[in-house]
Design a binder for this molecule. Structure first.
Ligand SMILES: CC(C)(COP(=O)(O)OP(=O)(O)OC[C@H]1O[C@@H](n2cnc3c(N)ncnc32)[C@H](O)[C@@H]1OP(=O)(O)O)[C@@H](O)C(=O)NCCC(=O)NCCS
Length: 154
């Protein structure tokens, strides 16, 4: 397994690199950059970096700091997948003292197996989601909203 370096906090992220990673996902590829940036700035950010200090992975958590967090935008550069970077991100999330004891939620189409070792279980038929037909960016232009299935931690 590669020896990835994990950094936390928006100030330690390479925001343009994160936007490039998100542009290649099925859920955020149509998100305008200003929306991605605003989401990062208002989240707890986790990044994975290679030996050249190049950011190759990202995840963020949105939380009320009291009861619940929502895990979003978990992504690893395609060429670096399958070498533990996703698990490095999830370990950082699991070890974040700010999230300890909080209910965790996430939406995924097919990556349940990444999250299950960290305590997330499938919610089955109880998941509900308000899915607007379109979200608007800062200029009022609509863009696609993400879809998926829900997981929560026990
Ligand atoms: C999902 C993703 C972040 C995993 O990153 P990664 O660096 O390849 O993950 P790791 O090498 O640390 O290992 C991932 C583990 O999760 C498992 N896994 C389960 N579902 C998976 C999926 N859809 N994609 C990749 N791994 C998955 C793998 O099998 C592996 O477990 P194993 O080692 O026991 O076989 C990466 O594949 C990715 O960016 N995919 C595209 C974006 C995406 O789908 N993100 C998740 C959105 S909810």
């Amino acid at each position: 397994m590669t020896n990835w370096k994990v950094k936390t906090g928006f100030d330690n992220m390479d925001a343009p690199a994160v936007c490039r990673l998100l542009e290649n996902t099925y859920w955020a590829r149509e998100h305008p950059k200003d929306v991605m940036l605003r989401a990062m700035q208002n989240s707890r950010c986790y990044g994975v970096f290679d030996e050249q200090d190049r950011q190759i992975g990202f995840a963020r958590a949105v939380t009320d700091d009291a009861t619940v967090f929502y895990l979003a935008d978990v992504v690893v550069e395609e060429a670096c997948r399958g070498r533990g970077a996703g698990r490095a991100l999830m370990t950082a999330v699991a070890n974040d003292p700010a999230l300890k004891g909080l209910r965790g939620l996430l939406v995924t189409l097919d990556a349940h197996g990444l999250y299950e070792p960290y305590g997330f279980v499938r919610s089955g038929p109880s998941f509900m989601m308000k899915k607007p037909e379109a979200w608007n960016d800062a200029k009022g232009n609509p863009f696609a909203a993400p879809v998926g299935g829900m997981c929560y931690n026990k």
